[in-house]
Design a protein around this ligand. Structure first.
Ligand SMILES: C=C(O[C@H]1C=CC=C(C(=O)O)[C@@H]1O)C(=O)O
Length: 480
């Protein structure tokens, strides 16, 4: 009789790991009793095998309806943060939503019973998720589950950098909880984890896809024309206007398979999936909003775009034209100036290159200015995201004038499109990208979003064409 070979799970906890986890859970229960019964975070991190794929693990191990999160940047030394489950949701709405969730995360950390820091960025306890574009968030039903500010503390976290992969297990422990029962639960959870490659897209789907604009293209052209009139009348300098295009498939879109394709096509981008209930918000975004590492902060002013060409000489020429374009440079300068202005009061120094550079993705090239700052005090990553969002790469200048005009002209509920998505850790460090080149997948419907910066010299038809180029990041994958 053949005997099935049993290989050890890469997530198996050693006896020492279990003992350490139990001690943390017991300490958290004692601390909860001491502070009046409110639950206390306990978390333990262990290094796991380098072959573990954080995204593949989360996808393969997700329980029905469980929230999940992945953010990775393959070209950045394979960096990835992935998370499963939610032991505490930090949610808020309104103008101070960033400060509210930052404060609630700090309160959890203040009493947490956790290991000393180890592993790559994003290991240890984290809060993962994102923020809607607008303070009041998405109000139409398909954005239900995506609150205006929503960070989840996961039950299982995975972080990778290079060949280092770490797993963190977390629990909120109340005074009356039984640490041994919680240990059993978490051990059971690790025993059920499996690391698999991401599933492949069905190369030959049954049935046809239908691609439809949420509004006719003329609506968008008209909105851009009205924005140009207002800019030329001196009411504002710049406004970003977006549109939504839907892909209706004959069977549910498979977010994990889409992520697998995006990972190959856009390895320099921030690839993310935020799964809430039956929906997944997914993107391959080129834009970093904020990376905070101690007192160092980094961001990117991205604006001004042109297409790519398969002919290298034409491609270079297009990039050169972009660099010389007064319209695109003006559009880009507005973003750099605002970001520097927002960071300066919180920094010892802020530097931005004098000249923008051209950055290239598979379908598009942009003008970009990397910006770095040395912070004067450790302002949390979430607060920094709130200070910067929305930059004029997705909002406008002046913001107070542009903000009410955006929904009025677009006629669109942006939800989390163009909002910050990412994670923060136990040091309040973290990384948030801007949710561009994104789509909300709900069953067989994918809602894809793309916008452009409108300035005085914008040509409405050319801006519509630019949204088509941006949509090429996701549409071909969703409408295979
Ligand atoms: C608003 C989007 O892109 C922004 C980021 C880079 C370049 C942009 C532009 O050239 O207009 C936009 O400001 C989007 O992709 O939906």
């Amino acid at each position: 009789m053949a005997v099935a070979s049993q290989t050890a799970s890469p997530f198996a906890l050693s006896a020492d790991d279990r003992a350490r986890l139990l001690r943390r859970l017991q300490a958290a229960a004692r601390r909860a009793a001491g502070k009046g019964g409110g639950p206390v975070l306990a978390a333990v991190s262990v290094r796991v095998d380098a072959t573990v794929d954080p995204a593949g693990t989360v996808v393969a191990s997700r329980r029905d309806g469980e929230p999940w999160f992945v953010m990775e940047q393959p070209d950045r030394d394979g960096s990835a943060v992935a998370a499963l489950g939610c032991i505490r949701a930090l949610e808020a709405g309104g103008p101070d939503r960033f400060s509210v969730v930052a404060r609630r995360w700090r309160e959890i950390l203040a009493t947490a019973c956790v290991d000393p820091p180890a592993g790559p960025r994003g290991s240890g306890p984290v809060a993962v998720g994102g923020f809607a574009f607008a303070d009041r968030g998405g109000t139409v039903p398909h954005w239900a589950g995506y609150a205006p500010a929503s960070l989840h503390v996961p039950e299982v976290g995975l972080a990778r950098r290079g060949d280092e992969v770490w797993m963190t297990l977390g629990a909120m422990v109340g005074r009356d909880d039984d640490p041994a029962a919680l240990l059993d639960h978490l051990v059971g959870r690790t025993e059920a984890l499996v690391s698999r490659p991401l599933p492949l897209l069905d190369p030959d789907p049954v049935g046809r896809h239908q691609v439809v604009g949420a509004m006719p293209p003329e609506h968008y052209v008209g909105a851009v024309a009205r924005a140009v009139e207002r800019i030329r009348a001196g009411r504002l300098d710049k406004i970003v206007l977006a549109r939504e295009v839907q892909v209706h498939a004959s069977s549910p879109h498979e977010a994990a398979a889409v992520l697998g394709v995006l990972r190959e096509a856009f390895p320099s981008c921030y690839l993310f999936c935020v799964g809430r209930g039956d929906s997944t918000f997914i993107a391959a975004s080129p834009e970093l909003l904020i990376r905070r590492d101690g007192l160092r902060a980094g961001t990117l002013a991205l604006a001004g775009s042109t297409r790519r060409s398969a002919d290298p000489a034409v491609d270079d020429h297009l990039g050169e034209q972009l660099l010389q374009s007064a319209k695109d440079r003006g559009e880009q300068k507005i973003v750099t100036t605002r970001i520097v202005r927002a960071l300066r009061p919180h920094s010892v120094w802020v530097t931005a290159a004098d000249e923008p550079e051209v950055v290239r993705m598979a379908n598009i090239q942009h003008l970009a200015t990397p910006i770095r700052a040395q912070l004067a005090s450790p302002v949390p990553a979430v607060e920094l995201a709130g200070l910067l969002h929305p930059t004029p790469a997705v909002g406008g200048e002046p913001l107070a004038v542009a903000a009410p005009m955006i929904p009025e002209l677009e006629g669109l509920d942006r939800g989390w499109y163009a909002g910050p998505v990412g994670w923060t850790d136990a040091h309040e460090d973290g990384e948030f990208c801007v949710a561009l080149r994104s789509a909300l997948l709900t069953g067989p419907v994918a809602r894809c979003f793309a916008g452009v910066g409108v300035v005085a010299d914008s040509d409405p038809a050319a801006e519509l064409a630019e949204t088509e180029i941006k949509l090429q990041a996701l549409l071909p994958v969703l409408a295979l």
